[in-house]
Design a protein around this ligand. Structure first.
Ligand code: SF4
Length: 367
């Protein structure tokens, strides 16, 4: 897999999706020798079920472990340090990893309790946990989600879990962006497997999950986070640590040079359970009929951005936005996605990105 490649798969069988994506991306060839030590760094920020949009799904980690063991890798360690104030082992159990690790007989390192050393991270002294830098190959498994301080969080910020608690506190006093960028000049990002199943709209700790039902693979963490901005309707310039990391040589944010491998088509998924309150509020503007999760999720992200910008007004309710495969032959006013082509005004794409939806709706309704 080249640095500019992106692998993307849709669906709801997260275990099988993960295995297929890793196989298509050729992860075993990237790792190389079968006796290489492999680290897996999920996001277990706090004790929260993955369905809440904060933590990496256990099925994704299970799919990754199954793939690696089938390929002959046996020196595998899962590691993480929850945020300050949360107990990593509680987070581990809340996300169901205790069962996954038992099934695959893989050890876990609580990085909150690990030793650490200070490194020169391109001109900034940063302490990093020993286990995280001792492996030959590190697989970063973040959740694609919003963040109240850094706007978005995915690959680059997930590495905040590989530093000791004292350093996490110091990062906050330094404004997060600069130290996150520098950290990624020493932290390992050999492969990035992104859980884009139902990441939270705004908060690192979850509570407003937006179902997207996707898993992605990257070889470049900067490209990954630039893609995340696109997915959530932000520009890269709105998330300073991405440009800073790029300037330090961590990777490239140039999505125009990216090669996307979509392994299948988006699927229509029947939503399970009641949506989170904020998502439910935004969905008042939507007339969904058999919508794919990736399409619907992009629209929710775009509406959230419009709401934050003060552009969602009651008049929008007069013409709810049509979306979904059930709109293929139906007429409407405003539609999102290829399936809404019969609407008077419709945005092409399958699925369109949140940024495109934001611009389209802004043009439809005026600023
Ligand atoms: S355009 Fe239609 S088929 Fe494509 S993602 Fe949206 S709802 Fe699904």
């Amino acid at each position: 897999m080249e640095k500019n490649e992106i692998y993307l798969i849709h669906g709801t069988d997260y275990f099988e999706m993960t295995k297929r994506l890793l196989s298509e991306a050729g992860l075993s060839d990237m790792i190389g020798e079968r006796d290489a030590s492999v680290g897996i760094k999920p996001n277990l920020v706090a004790a929260s079920a993955p369905s809440q949009g904060a933590t990496t799904h256990g099925e994704v980690v299970a799919g990754l472990l199954a793939y690696l063991q089938e390929q002959g890798f046996s020196r595998i360690t899962v590691m993480e340090g929850s945020w300050v104030g949360a107990d990593t082992m509680r987070s581990l159990r809340a996300a169901g990893y205790d069962q996954v690790l038992k099934r695959y007989q893989v050890p876990f390192v609580d990085l909150q309790k690990d030793g650490f050393r200070e490194y020169d991270a391109s001109g900034m002294k940063i302490k990093v946990c020993d286990a995280a830098l001792s492996v030959d190959f590190m697989i970063n498994v973040p959740v694609l989600k919003g963040h109240c301080q850094t706007t978005v969080t995915c690959a680059l910020k997930n590495n905040k879990g590989v530093i000791p608690n004292s350093e996490k506190r110091r990062f906050h006093t330094l404004g997060l962006h600069k130290p996150i960028a520098h950290l990624n000049t020493v932290a390992k990002n050999d492969f990035i497997l992104v859980d884009n199943i139902c990441g939270d709209l705004d908060f690192e700790e979850g509570g407003n999950p937006v179902p997207m039902d996707r898993i992605l693979g990257f070889a470049d963490p900067v490209l990954c986070d630039a893609f995340v901005c696109d997915t959530m309707g932000f520009s890269v310039s709105e998330v300073p640590y991405i440009g800073m990391a790029e300037a330090l040589g961590v990777g490239s944010s140039d999505l125009s040079q990216a090669k996307l491998h979509a392994l299948n088509e988006p699927v229509s998924a029947v939503p399970s359970g009641r949506p989170a309150r904020r998502v439910e509020k935004l969905s008042r503007y939507v007339l969904a009929d058999d919508a794919c999760s990736a399409c619907y999720g992009s629209l929710i992200h775009a509406l959230n951005r419009m709401d934050e910008a003060g552009l969602l007004e009651k008049r929008l309710l007069k013409h709810p936005i049509a979306i979904g495969q059930g709109w293929q032959k139906k007429e409407g006013e405003i539609g999102i996605g290829r399936c809404s082509g019969c609407c008077r005004r419709s945005l092409k794409g399958c699925p369109p990105k949140a940024g495109e939806i934001f611009s389209f709706l802004e043009a439809c309704w005026g600023k």
